[in-house]
Design a protein around this ligand. Structure first.
Ligand code: HEC
Ligand code: HEC
Length: 335
């Protein structure tokens, strides 16, 4: 009898301990990325083609993939993007990877979601330099596309609404699960090293997680760039106030995701930080008033590198050929 009571007590006790450790994992400020669920493969396939198709630009030279290169973490790895007529944009291209997890799109959140965002670059004179009407007319002259739009939407006529819906559906598949850090979060304590874990502790204890949290380790709020110490940006961008018109939102930017951050250099909305140690040093100083030692900085950087997940992997799309009726592209103006 005594024995039974004792083992029951032990079972209860260990039950509590197990319960607590599960609780602790759930209480982490960062959660694992869930793999994409594809409900409409025809739509995703069409969106993938559009994403890679430079014919959606006036020059026939620039696709979404030019600036959000899926071989390079969904970015262009340059300070600010180069668009139509070699236009150098005012702001760094954020990654499209895991962008479906963002509270809103763009550094200032001016697009509510991926569908609302996707029409922007096509008609932006400094990006793809085209117009929605021209893009849709162009697609209508390509029999392969007409057939695919019919398959995805059931209608013969192509609309910009369908174009942006398809691109957004493709972008929703661009999530990066299975990073070493996610394996750690799911209970594989050996998935990260002692130094990487120490970096994660610093990331939490210093307060980085106040802004960089959730599955995307960011992307879910707008925060002041330069909370403790002012930031001298090399870009004229004003941030969130451009959308809300409120002075209090001046220089508030969407907190970027830190998923795959080792691949998405250079950093910050002005692309001014070339390396991760530099970005981490700046963040600690101007957001939290903390100066990391070289050793602390190295540990935080080591942790950040565990956030690289499975990169999108798919068959490179073969684009349906233009017909004789397809308008030919307009070359860049000579400088
Ligand atoms: C010429 C380069 C260029 C091209 C082409 C381009 N983008 Fe972008 N993209 C950018 C830049 C720069 C930003 C940031 C602009 C801002 O925040 O004001 C951006 C922002 C985004 C964002 C928001 C991400 C975030 O975290 O806020 C998404 C999503 C996106 N682009 C998808 C696309 C799609 C889809 C296409 C093709 C239809 C495309 N882009 C074409 C440069 C480009
Ligand atoms: C008060 C909110 C806040 C805190 C705290 C904070 N960050 Fe940030 N972080 C941001 C914002 C906002 C940006 C984008 C700012 C910009 O580019 O103007 C950013 C950008 C970054 C970037 C660059 C990412 C990219 O793709 O451009 C890195 C890396 C980063 N933070 C790491 C950290 C680390 C490490 C800490 C802790 C030492 C930290 N952050 C603390 C809000 C915060």
């Amino acid at each position: 009898m005594k024995r039974t009571t004792l083992s029951l007590a032990v079972a209860l006790l260990s039950g509590t301990v197990v319960g607590q450790s599960v609780m602790a994992a759930n209480n982490e400020p960062i959660q694992p990325i869930a793999p994409a669920k594809v409900s409409n493969p025809a739509l995703v396939e069409l969106g993938k083609k559009l994403y890679f198709d430079p014919r959606l630009s006036k020059s026939g030279f620039i696709s979404c993939n030019s600036c959000h290169n899926l071989s390079m973490g969904g970015t262009d790895n340059i300070k600010t993007s180069i668009g139509h007529n070699w236009n150098e944009g005012p702001i760094n291209a954020p990654t499209v990877l895991n962008s479906s997890l963002n509270v809103a799109q763009f550094w200032d959140g001016r697009a509510a979601d991926l569908k609302a965002q996707a029409g922007g670059p096509i008609a932006n004179p400094g990006e793809m330099g085209f117009s929605h009407t021209l893009a849709v007319n162009m697609l209508q002259t390509i029999p392969g596309y007409v057939a695919e739009f019919k398959k995805a939407f059931g209608t013969e006529t192509v609309t910009i609404d369908e174009v942006t819906k398809a691109i957004a559906a493709f972008e929703e598949t661009l999530v990066t699960p299975n990073s070493r850090f996610d394996k750690y979060l799911k209970g594989d304590k050996k998935a990260i090293t002692k130094d990487e874990l120490a970096g994660y502790k610093l990331f939490k204890d210093t307060g980085c997680v106040a802004c960089h949290n959730g599955p995307a380790v960011g992307g879910n709020s707008f925060q002041k760039m330069g909370l403790v110490e002012a930031y001298k940006a090399s870009s004229p961008a004003e941030g969130r106030s451009a959308v809300t018109g409120k002075d209090a939102d001046r220089f508030n930017f969407k907190v970027p995701t830190l998923r795959n951050v080792e691949m998405t250099y250079p950093y910050f909305h002005d692309g001014a930080a070339n390396t991760l140690p530099e970005a981490v040093d700046t963040m600690a100083r101007i957001q939290l008033g903390k100066k990391f030692t070289a050793d602390e900085n190295a540990k935080v950087v080591a942790f950040l590198k565990t956030l690289t997940g499975d990169q999108p992997s798919f068959k490179l799309p073969v684009l349906p050929p233009s017909s004789d009726a397809t308008p030919r592209p307009t070359p860049f103006e000579k400088k």
